[in-house]
Design a protein around this ligand. Sequence first.
Ligand code: NAP
Length: 245
Amino acid sequence: MSRPVALITGSSNGIGKQLALSFAEAGYDVVINYASSEKAALEVSEVCQSLGAQTLVIGCDVSNYEAVGQMVQKTIETFSKIDVLINNSGITKDGLILRMKENDFDEVIAVNLKGAFNTVSHVSKHMLKAKSGRIINMSSVIGILGNAGQANYAASKGGIIAFSKSLAREFASRNITVNAIAPGFIQTKMTNVLSEEVKNNILKQIPLGRFGSPRDIADCALFLASDKASYISGQVIQVDGGMAM
Ligand code: NAP
């Protein structure tokens, strides 16, 4: 039996890095994607290999439709299949709406939402042919609650939820499940930039009284990719310490 293959976008850092390590540890071969952090991606690849995985490292801006097509093509040439697609790449460009530049809105939507369309557009034909597959899209509690200063990010993450539910309906008859994970506050470089004051305010809103770790998200993704989750589709799983209930 060949090993299952997971393509994980934005897996050079943060949550994506942990996704790559956890999937490698669980017996998957892994495609590691990055935008600019080649060195970090190669380091992730080395650790995945030490865990027994075959890896492919691909630099590709997920907002570029053609480049994503080439990434998927290279993956199929190398592994012949993609069992799990995780749309994890994401960026923030925060600002109150009156001060938000058009580019700040467009770039966040292009990476966080259109990026997921780009991968699904290219990967789904292989999953449909195989009549099997798992798609996991990274949303956020901000896509559920909204947040002052993050209208662009919230729109992209709310969009990811609606996108996931629509795909779940389209692909169900071909045994492909599509779910979204909505992390709360997870300690990565995306959240490290926030001031101590902002972090303390967020902490007060988390019933479990602590920030999450990338491993909390990876454990949920592993479950959604596993046979144990074969009857779960079109759902948004919040991994947020109870923040958004
Ligand atoms: P992170 O540490 O900043 O890592 C982001 C990853 O996305 C990096 O690997 C980065 O690659 C990649 N990336 C950025 N732009 C890209 C592009 N155009 N094309 C391909 N890859 C790109 O962020 P994170 O905290 O791990 O977040 C991962 C996901 O979880 C995001 O979708 C984020 O919105 C979501 N999320 C995070 C939190 C949180 O609290 N951290 C909460 C809710 C949701 P490079 O390193 O090469 O730039």
